[in-house]
Design a protein. Structure first.
Length: 233
């Protein structure tokens, strides 16, 4: 993967759903509950294709792929109505808080780039306010006025990078992105960034190949491999 100099990382960006917070299963349960009315199955194959997308894009893709007789507005309203209470009790993913706090303690600039919106961000982080204060900024791609295209387009990560201090001096290949979805990895790679993927264990091998590194959990991340400060023994 190159020399040690090539691996030096200056900034880190995290996805949120399924990477920092265990919210993907909540979305799946809410979506399947709606699909039950139409006798359709929200399979992991469909979920894989829409993971990382902005909310409206993901919802329309589900409607189209399952040929659901429902408008986009009604679909999103029904899903959103079932989520708030579930989001409030979302847990963090294994190793997430440890890594975030470690990077912050060592003054590595960190941010979040999520396909979510501001309202859901507030709900999902109910139990994790302290951790999210450590991020320099959070970009919510579903309602951020500067994000016209969701993942896998590079724009979400380009906008996120642009909001770091002295952004015009940051080299994209020295930005490390943590993602769980194929769309997220493609978005970060298209923006010229390095990627560590922590996928759903059901994700087939062929959809893991674009990442620079694939891990089972964030607990397996070795910071010094990327010239980042090592965890204290």
């Amino acid at each position: 993967m190159g020399s040690d100099g090539d691996m030096e990382i200056s900034h880190v960006i995290f996805d949120m759903d399924g990477l920092l917070l265990d919210t993907e299963n909540i979305y799946s349960a809410a979506t399947q509950k709606l699909c039950d009315r139409f006798g359709k199955i929200y399979s992991f194959d469909i979920k894989r294709q829409i993971m990382g997308m902005r909310g409206n894009e993901a919802s329309q893709a589900i409607i189209d792929k399952l040929q659901l007789d429902i408008s986009l507005a009604d679909f999103m309203a029904e899903i959103e109505a079932t989520l708030p209470e579930m989001f409030k009790v979302a847990s963090s993913m294994p190793g997430a808080e440890k890594l975030v706090r470690h990077l912050h303690a060592h003054n590595i600039p960190i941010a979040v780039c999520t396909g979510s919106n501001q309202v859901n961000l507030g709900l999902k982080t109910t139990k994790h306010k302290d951790m999210f204060t450590l991020f320099h900024h959070v970009v919510t791609c579903s309602d951020d006025p500067q994000v016209q295209f969701g993942k896998p387009h590079p724009q979400p990560f380009q906008v996120t990078l642009s909001r770091f201090d002295a952004a015009d001096t940051i080299k994209p290949h020295k930005v490390l992105v943590f993602e769980d979805s194929p769309n997220g990895v493609l978005s970060a790679k298209a923006a010229g960034m390095r990627t560590v993927m922590v996928p759903d264990p059901r994700l087939e091998q062929e959809f893991r190949q674009d990442a620079d590194l694939v891990l089972e959990t964030l607990l397996d991340f070795t910071p010094e491999r990327w010239s980042l400060p090592p965890y204290e023994k």
